[in-house]
Write a protein that binds this ligand. Structure first.
Ligand code: G
Ligand code: G
Ligand code: MN
Ligand code: NA
Length: 254
């Protein structure tokens, strides 16, 4: 019984779970959104790291059913929170470039929105620069189709993929997420301060919103706030949490 078969079984039998990590608005400190992150607990074998099983899912094509499950589950969860009286938050879902090149993502997103009843403006797709670097014209076409659905689009791990800036200008996206590797040494490494400040200025000049990932210290938070970064996400604010824990976190925070 290979790990691949076990993952297939986990997807089919609803054994994957999602955890939810908050993002806050740096202007007023309010909760601005949440990112869904997939988890796989193999019972007595323990939890497998997504950094290990996402690549396996991508190689085997299992990322297609996995990605559809994540989209649907995250949309259903946000709609359930809204129905339960929680103020609407943008739900961000990570998508692999394999999903864009090997499945009809627009149909998958439409299906999740229709099934959950979630307002499409509350769904955000996070994608990495790799899709856009592999096939820029396809990337732009898919991004346009996604914007036509009314959903938000963010570029994840920004700064690690070496997107050309002239290309960035043409992309119909809403948001850049500054990779945590640049945030880690803010306040220690003057090079990282320069990079982060440049990404924030660039984003604003392109009318994009900007999020800093991996914020762990108050010093990082304060520097980002001083640079007019729009949102922050990281362990300082909240770890990725199971749904019930996230609900308690929201009540405590607000
Ligand atoms: O949650 P964690 O930091 O362990 O995630 C590790 C990596 O796995 C990150 O790059 C994250 O974007 C990715 N990841 C987590 N959940 C999903 C998912 O649902 N789909 C895809 N494609 N990647 C995910
Ligand atoms: O690639 P992506 O940005 O989707 O990855 C998100 C990953 O980053 C998740 O695995 C999440 O657990 C992790 N993460 C989130 N906040 C922090 C943080 O403040 N510090 C560290 N080291 N990892 C974080
Ligand atoms: Mn992400
Ligand atoms: Na990231």
């Amino acid at each position: 019984f290979s790990l691949e078969n076990e993952l297939k079984d986990a997807i089919e039998n609803n054994l994957l779970t999602l955890v939810y990590q908050p993002k806050v608005n740096l202007c007023d400190g309010s909760v601005s959104g949440v990112e869904a992150l997939v988890r796989w607990d193999r019972g007595e074998h323990g939890a497998v790291n997504p950094a290990d099983f996402i690549p396996l899912a991508e190689e085997t094509g299992l990322i297609l059913p996995l990605g559809r499950w994540v989209l649907r589950e995250a949309s259903l969860q946000m709609q359930a929170w809204i129905d339960g009286g929680v103020s609407p938050l943008v739900m961000a879902v990570n998508c692999s470039s394999v999903q864009f090149t090997r499945s009809d993502m627009i149909a998958d997103i439409n299906e999740a929105i229709a099934y959950s009843g979630l307002d499409s403006r509350l769904l955000e797709i996070e994608l990495t620069e790799s899709l856009l670097l592999q096939d820029p014209e396809l990337g732009i076409r898919i991004l346009r189709d996604m914007k036509a659905l009314g959903i938000q689009v963010a570029i994840d791990d920004f700064g690690t993929g070496f997107s050309s800036l002239s290309y960035l200008k043409r992309l119909p996206v809403d948001k850049l997420k500054i990779d945590s590797s640049f945030v880690k040494d803010l306040g220690i490494d003057s090079g990282d301060v320069a990079i982060v400040s440049a990404i924030i200025t660039l984003s604003h000049n392109l009318n994009l919103s900007v999020v800093a990932e991996g914020v762990e210290t108050q010093q990082q938070y304060d520097i980002l706030h001083g640079f007019d970064c729009n949102e922050a996400q990281g362990f300082l604010i909240g770890r990725p949490m199971p749904a019930e824990e996230f609900e308690r976190w929201l009540l405590d925070y607000t």
